[in-house]
Design a protein around this ligand. Sequence first.
Ligand code: 13P
Ligand code: ZN
Length: 270
Amino acid sequence: MKDILTAPFITEMRETTANMYRQGWDERNGGNISYLLEEKEVAEYLDLNKVIRTIPTGFDASGLIGKIFIVTGTGKYFKNVDKDPETNLGIVRIAKDGTTAELLWGYKDGGKFTSEFPAHMMSHMARLKVDPEHRVVMHSHPTYTIAMNTVCSTDEKEFTHKLWQSNTECIVVFPDGVGVLPCMVCGTNEIGEATAEKMKKFRLVVWTNHGIYGTGKTMDEAFGLIETVEKTAQIYMLSLGHVVNVIPDEILKGLADLWGLTPLEGVLKV
Ligand code: 13P
Ligand code: ZN
């Protein structure tokens, strides 16, 4: 059996959490990541018959039975993952009953997965139906994105339009737009279900006054989506009250046509 600390998926989790912390997106224990792993890649490092303990999830994840995820721990700080992955991360498998997680590694201090586990698992189920290669759900608290929530409506077409109008990269990176949920109580099955409903259509979902979810086939894709929204939200907030120029809808359509992309319907007026 190989040393798990040499596994590429552990390295990715260490690097990504450190990077997100450096961006200023994940204060204290803010943010969480779950990453769907291949059973055979995990089997190189862990005995899959050895369950350390079981943890009830409190919701039905039948669509993910047998699937293995590496997940950040609840209350754990992103800035600490790199120096102590075994305490701050865990590897769990969804058990046959669909409502229990089997801990295979990690959460060494007796901890458990993020309080946003419902939103993560329900989002994985939704995204896997759209894209069988989907792997990553990433949640974060980027400053300018949350600031934008205080001055923008929660209408997702309007929100998407404001981002597209502020930076030409946006329509190319997320032509499918950004889903927006109103302010809700987080850490619940309800916000999980609402997020997963949005994930049927969007790879990005904003939680008003809280943060954002990005998803993708890879860590880079999920990170890059959030990074593009956050940079653009910064541009939006820096120029608020002084705007004399936004990207016209004709140009946005031109960009979509150039890249062969279908923009979210009902946003552009051309
Ligand atoms: P956890 O520490 O439980 O992951 O919660 C952080 C967070 O971002 C809640 O939305
Ligand atoms: Zn959060």
